[in-house]
Write a protein of this length. Sequence first.
Length: 321
Amino acid sequence: MNDDLRVSDLSEEQLLARIFPHLPAGAGTLVPPGDDAAVVAAPDGRVVVTTDVLVEDRHFRRVWSSGEDVGRRVAVQNLADVAAMGARPTSLVVALAVPGDLPVAWVEGLARGLGAVCGPLGVGVVGGDLSGGPVVVVAVAAHGDLEGRVPVLRSGARVGDVVAHAGRCGRSAAGLALLDAGRAGVDPDAVAAHLRPTSPLDAGPAAALAGATAMLDVSDGMLRDAGRMARASGVQIDLDEPTTAFADDLAALAPAAAAVGADPVAWVLGGGEDHGLLATFPPDGVLPAPFRQVGTVRSGSGVLVAGREPTVAPGWDHFGG
């Protein structure tokens, strides 16, 4: 491979020819890329659709994110939104804008990252668009199949429900802090959690089958996303004492927090981009693995932590920071 090759050295067709071999077709793909649009099977008759965009220097930095990092990340964050509806992901379409001086190898890495996440899941990357621009912008739309299940909305939490979480909390925020501080070697796992997040995708359909009343992807922080669920449902969410409910997360975060002088509780409650699933379940139900109880739904509004107003920042806002 010529590592000096830049996007501007190739035509659009030549660049696409380097991308397509890395993209999985997907189990439900009926017409793959090559026509004006792909065709994907929708046996349920309903299609779950979501979209996200990553903008260079806003959501990622090329100084420490490879193309494969970004490909994996944008795939996971979209697939997690599908799973949070209780659906099984089926396909992605990807729109990509790149500057002409971007190495072609970075673009190929992006395609490999998409394929690495989607291929094992039977999710097809079935097309998209390619354009030039001043910075790298990756926009993805993901589709999912409910497989006969009722979609799980944010608005279904009921007073008395158990609040449960599947996944890890605070690891991505810790990784970002270490990268910012030039201390990545302190906790490579936390850095990897930021650059290449994972999500318990199978937990979404499992939660739906177990009777989850509400669910969402924790992308912008536990407090902020719990607040969204509380508003949509017209209830109050009271998270348990973090040192108990998130004891394992806090223990894992301790070395990184010590290295940068941070409060690990702030990462657990306010850190985003871990892409775990927050759900509510009837109090007499059995939580499906890997969900763990982290709180209770009460009458009222907003989010409390152990019955008190939170004392840490609520999480990421795309315009307020």
